[in-house]
Design a protein around this ligand. Structure first.
Ligand code: ATP
Ligand code: MG
Length: 457
């Protein structure tokens, strides 16, 4: 059965590609995720075209196309700086590495091409000539029902390619869909294939999940099915770890709710996911408060995320950001002095301040609606205002803001280059943070002389 779908959102360049193919007597369809997004009225992240033109034809018809995956029948056509993948219809054979088909063969049947795709909602094609939908697996029905279902036998499909189980979790969050029960069950049964997926691919799927409204949908699926125990056993430690009177959820539930509430880019949300990962290892029962405490969980957590981020191949910058946010997410602002605010900014770094506010806001919301108090937000607002005032005053917050530098110290105190210079500058900064009027060249040099004298004693 076919249905007519509005093609208004399809870029003119996609029509042009299909027309060029039609002029050469080839058939062409818009296919895959962009068809799903077209039907849902969502913005497609990329537009893919499939055709019965063979790879050699494609290179002839689009002489400037980039042969990005020519062995698999894919070329990239660039139009107006946009990239469009044009792929020869293909079926697939066996998979022995758990990721890629051993060989591909080209077919002229669109249904065979759709059958190799992962989920029914991703296995539809539209002919741009007449707008007819080709939907052999009832993807449209599943879109209506809000169900993510593997094409064919889920167990077999997930045993072929281990990435699909992770895509299932990610699409569930991205589309807000439930997993069809058989598809859900098959994830836990095919974990051995999943183990072959590279860390980079896992990280990419996590980052995509973080762009959805409720990334927790993906993470709950990963937890339930055993994927998370493979990817990040450290996070599993939080499951069932009850907290204290300030929280509704266990540590895991709080991480989920904080991540969902976190407004920001994917790396910030990853930080929300991990912010309390150190809690299970630091939990202790206090006889005094008759409740659990989590002393130093932020330090323990920061030490835990470092190897996790290395394992998942986050970039050095991303890892540094996640680590900092986990390490510095705890503070109790209760009308600090100006010097205390300057010390805080110096410790966390001006470049982390906005991230920390966003994380704190999510952390508050993540306690659960009944536990959030107006004071939580008042205190955050008061810190923000205080920090803003301190920054506007332009007081020194790093050694670069001091009125002396390493060269001055070498010249005036006859010091040689080395670690000592940095140590002296740090000590000078401490004094200036306590009292900004100390940021005066003569006074700093005098103080530096004292420090050097003290070191010699
Ligand atoms: P996104 O919104 O992330 O772009 P998408 O569904 O378009 O989602 P792509 O990775 O762009 O996903 O892939 C395009 C299409 O190729 C998918 O919709 C699906 O039909 C097919 N596909 C991609 N990866 C796989 C896979 N691992 N196994 C089977 N089919 C796949
Ligand atoms: Mg896509």
């Amino acid at each position: 059965m076919t249905e007519t779908i509005s093609l208004d959102a399809v870029p003119a360049d996609v029509f042009a590609i299909c027309r060029t193919l039609a002029d050469k007597g080839k058939r062409a369809w818009i296919v895959g995720g962009c068809v799903r997004d077209l039907i849902l009225g969502r913005t497609a992240s990329d537009w893919d075209v499939c055709t019965d033109a063979l790879p050699d034809d494609l290179l002839r018809i689009f002489p400037r196309a980039v042969p990005t995956g020519i062995a698999h029948g894919t070329v990239t056509v660039v139009k107006n700086h946009e990239h469009y993948e044009v792929t020869t219809l293909r079926g697939e054979t066996t998979y022995s590495d758990g990721r890629r088909p051993d060989s591909v063969f080209f077919v002229d049947d669109i249904t065979a091409d759709l059958a190799r795709r992962d989920f029914t909602v991703n296995a539809m094609a539209i002919s741009p000539v007449d707008g007819h939908l080709i939907d052999p697996f009832d993807g449209q029905g599943d879109l209506r029902r809000g169900i993510l279902r593997a094409v064919g036998d889920a167990h077999a499909r997930f045993s072929e390619d281990g990435l699909r189980v992770l895509r299932a979790a990610r699409f569930s969050a991205q589309l807000g869909f439930a997993l069809d029960p058989a598809t859900h069950r098959a994830i836990g049964d095919t974990l051995d294939t999943f183990r072959k997926v590279s860390a980079e691919r896992i990280r990419d799927e996590w980052m995509k999940a973080m762009k959805s409204n409720k990334p927790s949908m993906a993470f709950e699926i990963m937890r339930e099915t055993g994927l998370l125990a493979i990817i990040c056993p450290e996070l599993m430690e939080s499951v069932g770890v009850d907290q204290n009177r300030y929280h509704t959820f266990d540590v895991w539930g709080h991480a989920m709710s904080c991540m969902d509430a976190c407004v920001g880019d994917p790396v910030l949300r990853i930080s929300a996911l991990f912010h309390d990962v150190g809690k299970p290892r630091s939990r202790a029962f206090s006889d005094k408060t008759k409740d659990y405490t989590f002393y130093e969980h932020e330090r323990i957590g920061a030490e835990m995320v470092r190897p996790i981020c290395e394992r998942l191949r986050f970039s050095t910058d991303e890892r540094g950001r996640i680590e900092d946010l986990v390490r510095f997410h705890m503070w109790h602002y209760d009308g600090w002095t100006d010097a205390a605010v300057r010390r805080w900014i110096r410790r966390v770094g001006t470049h982390r301040v906005e991230d920390l506010y966003a994380l704190r806001e999510a952390d508050i919301r993540g306690k659960g609606p009944t536990k959030v108090t107006p004071e939580d937000f008042d205190s955050l607002g008061a810190l923000k205002a205080h920090v803003e005032r301190i920054l506007a005053e332009g007081a020194a917050l790093t050694t670069k803001d001091l009125k002396v530098n390493g060269n001055d110290l070498m010249r005036e105190l006859a010091l040689k280059p080395g670690r000592i210079l940095g140590e002296i500058l740090e000590q000078l900064l401490e004094g200036v943070i306590n009292d900004p009027t100390e940021n005066d060249r003569d006074r700093l040099l005098a103080r530096a002389r004292e420090i050097v004298g003290g070191k010699k004693d």
